[in-house]
Design a protein around this ligand. Structure first.
Ligand SMILES: C[S@@+](CC[C@H](N)C(=O)[O-])C[C@H]1O[C@@H](n2cnc3c(N)ncnc32)[C@H](O)[C@@H]1O
Length: 265
């Protein structure tokens, strides 16, 4: 049985040394009965956020995107939203670069707000795409960022304010999946559009892997059925599922989901 321990500075330990560390610190206590890890403690989430800040502000300071173009390609460049006009978009867990800047090449977006607990830190990232509070969709096409919201999704309360909500590669970093789902539902008015991408897992795999693997930056590992149940509340516009059989723990058996849906009117 192989062990691995990735600390909040992204140092990986393997072998017997990792076994000792995983025995001291693991996420087994957060495992739900049948939905993977759907919530963790505040302190566990804060540890993940320390890792995230360290990653973007130090280790990956020279990066200019977080696979945003890859995700756009997996969404067929958001062509299913071509010709749509959105009054106010919000990207949740926007990171330093955002995905909405790529979606804005295809659809008309009149205003953008960005939410991330680390959004104020990211302004100091050398390649932050909204550093001057302007987001460019194309050389001559841009919007001023309406609100920079330094909050977790779970702590953000706003009702039916945004007709476009993006959540791309964020769930695994959050504190409480069910709360995130409730907040997203309440942010969208009937007819509002939701753009979602993340990894999903199988509960049984998660239960096994948590015993020998710890990854400080990724506290949640949500089972596919839990994600499908949430996405099932929307009318589907786009849906692509890619099976993964990666080598790394927990990028093994699972899926990557790309979904665009509309909240029923
Ligand atoms: C892997 S990055 C992805 C960033 C961006 N979505 C992208 O695709 O470029 C995950 C982001 O989620 C943010 N995050 C973590 N927990 C969050 C939460 N509870 N609510 C909102 N954002 C969160 C992190 O601060 C980080 O910026």
């Amino acid at each position: 049985m192989t062990y691995s321990f990735i600390d909040k500075s992204f140092n990986e330990t393997t072998g017997d040394a990792a076994r000792a560390l995983v025995e001291q610190q693991n996420d087994c206590r957060f495992l739900s009965p049948n939905r993977g890890v759907v919530s963790v403690s505040e302190s566990r989430w804060r540890e993940a956020q320390e890792a995230e800040r360290h990653g973007w502000m130090q280790l990956w300071r020279n990066e200019t995107e977080d696979r945003n173009s890859f995700h756009a390609a997996m969404f067929d460049n958001y062509l299913s939203l071509r010709g749509e006009c959105f009054r106010h978009a919000v990207e949740l867990g926007c990171g330093p670069f955002t995905n909405v800047r790529l979606l804005g090449r295809i659809a008309e977006i009149q205003a953008v707000s960005l939410l991330d607990p680390l959004v104020e830190d990211y302004l100091a990232h050398p390649h932050c795409s909204y550093r001057d509070r302007i987001l460019f969709f194309a050389p001559q096409r841009f919007v001023y960022v309406d609100r920079l919201i330094a909050s977790s999704i779970e702590d953000f309360g706003a009702a039916a304010e945004f007709d476009l909500v993006l959540l791309i590669n964020v769930i695994e970093h959050c504190r409480d999946f069910d709360r995130v789902a409730d907040v997203i539902w309440s942010l969208l008015p009937p007819g509002g559009t939701f753009v979602f991408h993340d990894h999903s897992y199988h509960h049984a795999d998660v239960a096994e892997v948590l015993k020998r693997h710890f990854d400080a930056a990724h506290p949640l590992r949500v089972d596919r059925a839990a994600i499908d149940q949430f996405l099932g509340r929307f009318e589907t516009i786009f849906h692509r599922v890619v099976n993964t059989t990666g080598k790394a723990p927990l990028s093994g058996p699972g899926e990557m989901i790309y979904f665009i849906g509309r909240k029923p009117r």
